[in-house]
Ligand binder design. Structure first.
Ligand SMILES: *[C@@H]1O[C@H](CO)[C@@H](O)[C@H](O)[C@H]1NC(C)=O
Ligand SMILES: *[C@@H]1O[C@H](CO)[C@@H](O)[C@H](O)[C@H]1NC(C)=O
Ligand SMILES: *[C@@H]1O[C@H](CO)[C@@H](O)[C@H](O)[C@H]1NC(C)=O
Ligand SMILES: *[C@@H]1O[C@H](CO)[C@@H](O)[C@H](O)[C@H]1NC(C)=O
Ligand SMILES: *[C@@H]1O[C@H](CO)[C@@H](O)[C@H](O)[C@H]1NC(C)=O
Ligand SMILES: *[C@@H]1O[C@H](CO)[C@@H](O)[C@H](O)[C@H]1NC(C)=O
Length: 499
């Protein structure tokens, strides 16, 4: 899931700055984890198999013809093949998510033994190849049954059901899983699904959505997500942590935000945007309450933490999961008060994309990534961070020679190294995505994979892209990140494969 178009008023073209200092994987701390990621609905397929029931994503993706995850990469059947590819690449960690409705088909209650076995087998397969599993519990695909029964995330009842689902996961998988992310991209899930209505379950106030309220629901959902995360975290710490010794965190979509000009107005607008986008989740997690500016603007539509809830949310994340792709410039656009406020009208900014707004050959802005990590360090007491997603979207069928992707990744890893050298407590980095997937925004047209998947081939054949070879070399320490290497690798690969 990624890359939301906010609203772009114009294009600014900046030359890509290539990373100048050479580095290798050996410049990173010894226990730093390099991996790659997928998510259940986007990778597994087998949507109706072995007792799995629909999630809101099954419903949502079947409401149009932009593709769905019925088959996806068929990871459910091909996980051994994929773990082998991961091992060959030298991945140290693999991030995936658990399909709530595969494990607990009704959303609560009985556990599905076949679902349980699938995740046990996958985790065992990873461990036997020396790959550390990083498990996300909620990656956008919650049970349709709970949406139908009580409105899903807009109802506090989901906190109890989510916690019970987490309990099953900790109990069944926790001996082998040391890294847990409760909720993926909590901020963009609340915005995308409940203010814009562009992801499942597709709630908004405008006629495109059959239900919803963009003025209130994103804030109610944001609140419930924080409480559900805190509740699962509390359970983990009380019941499992001593024995299992893992960590648990929440993840955020970390859009880089930078003032367009050095005017006071743009600076203030950028601070406001940071409060809305990041502070919304981070201030409660680190300090126990929402940002003042948000409380002032959103007023009574923003739920209030009781003292007890505030204590429970504060400190509930052992680390912060960061999903980062891009940086935008921010200008002030204090809007005329809107009759139908939404998350974005409340935030009141305009954004200007840097580079190619199509994102497909997006000009990379690694400095925005470095700044974000620096901001986490300075504004939020330098929490441990896992970068859970980063990568470049390209047209799916473009080429195996994804040299733009390689350049993007090199620059971003370099930027992360700069931040670490300056004190950021960043502990891991996962490329999105291990292989081409069903993308939640964009279906099968665009992809991020290190491996190409031929979705027209009944066998869903996987083929390594240049980026997979590059990552292999980087992970085994034979690649020094300097330009000549990429060029050479590119020549080597074009000699051996093509689409
Ligand atoms: C959204 O909720 C608010 C507060 O309850 C209400 O005033 C408003 O009319 C609702 N808007 C829509 C479009 O339903
Ligand atoms: C944006 O990307 C498209 C697709 O790769 C390319 O054709 C176009 O020239 C780019 N535009 C700019 C302004 O760089
Ligand atoms: C490095 O960290 C120091 C101390 O937090 C900070 O003042 C400085 O701006 C940082 N440098 C960069 C390049 O971010
Ligand atoms: C994908 O598979 C189909 C069917 O096997 C084949 O005809 C096609 O050439 C393949 N495409 C690519 C890009 O490999
Ligand atoms: C390291 O990766 C490179 C690039 O893929 C490969 O050519 C080389 O054989 C690998 N070396 C080891 C020791 O695995
Ligand atoms: C490319 O191939 C040449 C010759 O086989 C080899 O010496 C070189 O190490 C390879 N470069 C990379 C980056 O894999």
């Amino acid at each position: 899931m990624q890359s939301f178009t906010l609203f772009s008023i114009s294009l600014v073209i900046v030359l890509a700055t290539s990373y100048s200092d050479a580095f290798t994987i050996n410049d990173f701390p010894e226990d730093f984890l390099f991996g790659a990621a997928t998510s259940a609905y986007q990778w597994e397929g087998a949507a109706e198999e072995d007792g799995r029931t629909p999630s809101v994503w099954d419903t949502f993706s079947h409401s149009d013809d932009k593709g769905n995850g019925d088959i996806a990469c068929d990871g459910y059947h091909k996980y051994k093949e994929d773990v082998k590819l991961m091992a060959e690449m030298g991945l140290e960690a693999f991030r995936f998510s658990i399909s709530w409705t595969r494990l607990i088909p009704n959303g609560r209650g009985l556990v599905n033994p076949k679902g349980l076995n699938f995740y046990k087998d996958l985790i065992k397969e990873l461990r036997s190849h020396g790959i550390e599993p990083h498990v996300t519990l909620h990656h956008f695909d919650f049970p349709q049954a709970l949406e139908d029964e009580y409105g899903g995330w807009i109802n506090r009842k989901i906190i109890e059901d989510f916690t019970a689902f987490a309990d099953v996961c900790f109990r069944e998988f926790g001996d082998d899983v040391k890294l847990w992310t409760t909720i993926d991209e909590a901020n963009i899930f609340a915005i995308g699904a409940y203010s814009q209505g562009i992801v499942a379950p597709g709630h908004c106030s405008t006629p495109e959505c059959s239900t919803g309220n963009s003025s209130t629901e994103p804030y109610i959902v944001g609140h419930n997500l924080l409480l559900a995360h805190a509740s699962a975290s509390k359970l983990y710490r009380l019941k499992y942590k001593n024995k299992q010794r893992g960590s648990i965190g929440l993840s955020l979509y970390a859009l880089g935000l930078s003032p367009y000009t050095n005017s006071k107005e743009d600076e203030i607008a950028t601070e406001r945007a940071k409060d809305f986008f990041h502070g919304w989740m981070l201030k409660p997690l680190v300090f126990g309450d929402y940002p003042e500016e948000m409380k002032r603007i959103v007023g009574l539509r923003l739920p209030v933490f009781s003292e007890e809830e505030s204590e429970e949310v504060k400190g509930s994340s052992d680390y912060v999961g960061i999903i980062h792709y891009a940086t935008v410039y921010v200008t002030n656009s204090r809007p005329t008060p809107s009759l139908l406020p939404s998350f974005y009208t409340d935030m009141g900014i305009d954004t200007i994309y840097i580079g190619n707004s199509s994102f497909d050959t997006s000009v990379s802005t690694p400095w925005g990534f470095e700044n974000f990590l620096e901001y986490m360090k300075q504004s939020y007491n330098n929490p441990p961070i896992y970068v859970l997603e980063n990568g470049l979207r390209m047209k799916h069928k473009s080429t195996l020679q994804d040299s733009e992707r390689v350049e993007y990744i090199e620059a971003y890893i370099g930027a992360m190294l700069n931040a670490i050298k300056n004190g950021s407590d960043t502990r891991g980095y996962f490329l999105w995505s291990m292989i081409d997937l069903f993308e939640l925004v964009g279906g099968y047209e665009k992809s991020f994979g290190l491996y190409f998947v031929n979705f027209s081939d009944p066998g869903l054949k996987r083929s390594p892209k240049l980026s997979a070879s590059w990552y292999t070399g980087f992970l085994n320490g034979t690649i020094d990140v300097v330009t000549q290497e990429i060029t050479q690798l590119q020549r080597n690969l074009s000699a051996s494969s093509s689409l």
